[in-house]
Design a protein around this ligand. Structure first.
Ligand SMILES: Nc1ncnc2c1ncn2[C@@H]1O[C@H](COP(=O)(O)OP(=O)(O)OP(=O)(O)O)[C@@H](O)[C@H]1O
Length: 219
């Protein structure tokens, strides 16, 4: 089985400045990877690099800042996940007058994230947790083989977080999710990648990880 993406001794960063050095890893279809490490260590940098390098698979993103347009409705922000599936004319028509089918498709994912009935609400009027759930709904509507998420459930309570990670697992075969909740990582991932001091210092199946080992990433 060919890996989805393969990095070999790569230096990752922004412009001339390296954030991570000598990064070597392969990600296979079906893996559920939790990406861990202290704030600023380079989790977003690695996720960005993976998003740029995964070829031949449809990828959905849940960015840390949610990437929403406040002035638009929940429906429109959710539909953005599908913008690439239609031409400009159809997208403009959907922006102005979505069909019953398109509304129903969006409502299905809004129900999955607990936002049923809020399609007409402006995103600017939502709470932080609701905004994060719109970003998750957009990824679910987009669908595909892979989801890359940057703290995708950080604004949710533990039960909601577990439920929505389950929804992602039900839609996407492969996931790479930066998480800060170690228990959630241990409960939901198949593999843990830990970053520290400019590199990957842990890359192991979840069965070989426990809380103490993960805590070393934050020491
Ligand atoms: N878009 C960007 N342009 C330039 N530099 C960036 C960009 N994103 C992150 N950086 C820099 O890369 C370094 C690593 O940041 P990154 O966001 O990857 O860490 P992180 O582990 O995701 O942090 P956090 O947990 O706080 O989100 C930081 O020094 C940051 O300033």
């Amino acid at each position: 089985m060919a890996p989805l993406v393969s990095l070999a001794g790569e230096r990752l960063g922004w412009g001339d400045s390296a954030v991570l050095s000598d990064v070597s890893l392969e990600i296979d279809p079906g893996e559920r990877i939790a990406l861990l490490g202290r704030s600023g260590v380079g989790k977003s940098t690695l996720l960005t690099a993976l998003g740029q390098r995964i070829a031949g698979a449809r990828v959905a993103l849940v960015p840390q800042d949610h990437g929403l347009v406040d002035a638009l409705s929940v429906f429109h922000n959710t539909w953005m996940g599908r913008l690439d599936a239609a031409g400009t004319a159809r997208n403009l028509r959907i922006l102005l007058r979505p069909s019953a089918t398109e509304r129903a498709e969006v409502e299905t994912v809004l129900e999955q994230v607990g936002l049923a009935g809020l399609g007409r609400r402006r995103v600017g009027q939502l709470s932080g947790g609701q905004r994060q759930r719109v970003a998750l709904a957009r990824a679910l509507l987009r669908g595909g083989a892979v989801v890359l998420g940057d703290e995708p459930v950080s604004a949710l309570d533990p039960a909601q977080a577990a439920e929505l990670l389950g929804a992602l697992a039900g839609t996407f075969q492969t996931s790479v999710l930066a998480l800060h909740d170690l228990d959630l990582a241990l409960d939901t991932a198949t593999r843990i990648i830990g970053l520290k001091a400019g590199g990957v210092v842990l890359d192991a199946p979840v069965a070989e990880c426990d809380r103490a080992r993960l805590m070393e990433l934050y020491a």
